[in-house]
Design a protein around this ligand. Sequence first.
Ligand code: CDP
Length: 211
Amino acid sequence: MQFTVAIDGPAAAGKGTVARAVAEAFGFAHLDTGLLYRAVGARAMMRGRGVIVPEIAVEIAKGLTEKDLAREGLRTARVAQAASKVAALPEVRAALLDFQKAFARREGGAVLDGRDIGTVICPDAEVKLYVTASDEVRAQRRYEELKAKNPETTLERVKIDLHQRDVRDAARDVAPMRAPEDALLLDTSELSIDAAVAEAVALVKKRFDKA
Ligand code: CDP
């Protein structure tokens, strides 16, 4: 059985939490595609001593392995910025395409979350969700996550970081972040985690029961 759930949305909207919970509820495999770009961005920054050199980023993307996704330190704000920069390079995106497409169509069902899953990676996904939340709520959530690991994090800095990434991700020429026309919208601004997850699971269940 092939069944793909494509979940897109801006930074810190709750995609990851919703994606993991949907995967668990239906027994599907889950791929956080942001990790691919974070892994490439982190290694490109290291190799370029703090600067992203496009040719190096492409080479890293072509040789990316599952081990690279398990490395520590991929969740920092610095790596998120690097991810968003390498994600704007068409050759980096092209190098990561086949792996994601194959994951989406694997037997037993798959949930992928990212920015271009419903538009580029899996335009034929059985379910497409676009998860959003207000800028304030997203910044506050990400601030709390990052603050737990780094006490020097400030809410102001997090707001700037999310805004810069949202603008870059939506403005790039290749696979820009946007809601697929046929996506179901899930605004999590006023929802608890449990409520957001319950709503997403119910939306997927409706389609799954028909499939
Ligand atoms: O967790 P958060 O929403 O902050 O970010 P993420 O999903 O880990 O993605 C990090 C960055 O990778 C994003 O800002 C995008 O630039 C890029 N990305 C992308 O271009 N396409 C995807 N399918 C997933 C992530």
